[in-house]
Design a protein around this ligand. Structure first.
Ligand SMILES: [Mn+2]
Length: 393
């Protein structure tokens, strides 16, 4: 059984921290019970076991309790270290991983240094399992030199893979390069947008995504696990299953003209889910002042619905007739952009979305977590330049 990105103990959104933490543990418990029910031989976890290196101690205790079920069923679990599982001390030496609190007779952490990587961490009945934790921009280089043994080979890794997952950097791992190696199955963690089965050149790439909704930008992704058969005969797909959610994040877009209390309540009532947290994006062109939109009333009214735990309203408005003057004439920013950008303002909206998703990825952020790192900034800048000046730049 393969899954990853369990993000145990994830607290965001903070208003419903306890419910969110609980839902990460419930999804994890579902998976462990599923593994026992299906009587799998082993579990591989592709990293980001915890959401932070400092989870609540109750989260560690509950995770340990859930994992005891594996002892009774004698099912081992192998985990690798995701970017959320790491912490760096002085001199960038790894220290204090919360996942180490989970290890025991049946629960193992595979986390070789780049120098150590290359030998299977697990070998049984013609099957070799390799694990490589999160190594950021070094991953490609490490895998470049990797040459797996004979037999059926599974590699667990935690990083984006170009050709399979979303990518935000040019120096990430390329699926084609990996597919030329003697690998049968890649268990890929990191991207929460799943691509659960993709075969390239006899290698199966599987990014199962997360086990709970990560944030309001990933509400459409779904949450999955894979069960495969692996042995002397290579790998075979048995099952891809959805993970039931105890609390779901939902995002809806409401046209600005309908951004009143009752129509918005009506829309939220149509959403499925036993318990949900809702983000309402009010979008469109308007003559209203943003202050005229009943944000607080909507935010107060929605949680009165039986299944709504919290609601947040965000405005994304273009104000009609918002004018500046150029040489004394009325000036529409929207029209100006549309004309100057030769009809490509849509591309800039895409860039804006890309910038937002870069902000959602820890790896791109400074330690304060609110600014893009230099590398990420440069990359975005390059892309903006490319859009404006063309490929040559
Ligand atoms: Mn993750």
């Amino acid at each position: 059984m393969h899954f990853g990105d369990t993000h145990l103990g994830r607290k965001q959104p903070g208003q419903i921290a306890e419910q969110r933490v609980e839902s990460t543990l419930q999804a994890f418990n579902f998976l462990i019970e599923k593994a026992v029910e299906k009587d799998v031989d082993l579990i591989i976890h592709a990293g980001d076991v915890f959401d932070t290196v400092y989870p609540w101690h109750t989260v560690i205790e509950q995770a340990r309790e859930i994992l005891e079920k594996l002892e009774d069923a004698e099912i081992p679990m192998y985990m690798i270290r995701g970017n959320h599982d790491r912490s760096y001390g002085h001199g960038r030496k790894l220290k204090g991983l919360a996942i180490e609190h989970l290890t025991g007779e049946y629960v193992h952490l595979i986390d070789p240094s780049p120098e150590e990587f290359g030998e299977p961490a697990v070998q049984l009945e013609g099957l070799n399992i390799y694990g490589l934790g999160y190594h950021s921009s070094k991953t490609r280089e490490i895998l470049d030199e990797f040459s797996p043994n004979d037999g059926t080979n599974i590699l667990m890794m935690h990083d984006f893979v170009e050709g399979v997952t979303r990518t935000y950097s040019d120096d990430c791992v390329k699926a084609d390069e990996i597919a030329s190696k003697n690998l049968d199955y890649l268990a890929i963690g990191h991207d929460h947008q799943p691509n659960t089965w993709k075969e390239i050149n006899n290698t199966v790439f599987s990014a199962t995504g997360g086990t709970v909704d990560y944030d309001f930008n990933s509400t459409e992704f779904g949450n999955h696990y894979n069960i495969i058969e692996a042995g002397f005969e290579g790998v075979k797909h048995l099952e891809t299953g959805a993970i039931p959610q105890n609390l779901e994040l939902k995002k809806i877009r409401v046209p600005v003209d309908e951004a009143r209390v009752e129509p918005t309540v009506g829309r939220v009532q149509q959403l499925e889910g036993n318990r949900i947290a809702v983000k309402v994006m009010v979008k469109g062109e308007t003559e209203k002042e943003p202050g005229e939109i009943p944000v607080q009333e909507i935010e107060a009214r929605l949680p009165e619905l039986e299944n709504v735990e919290m609601a947040e309203v965000v405005l994304d408005l273009r104000v009609k007739g918002y004018a500046d003057t150029v040489d004394g004439e009325a000036f529409s920013v929207e029209e100006f952009l549309e004309k100057e950008l030769d009809g490509s303002s849509e591309e800039f909206r895409e860039l804006h979305e890309k910038a937002s998703s870069m902000l959602a990825d820890d790896e791109n952020l400074t330690s304060s977590g609110i600014n893009l790192k230099k590398e990420a900034r440069q990359k975005l800048r390059k892309e903006v330049d490319r859009k404006i000046f063309g490929e040559e730049q």
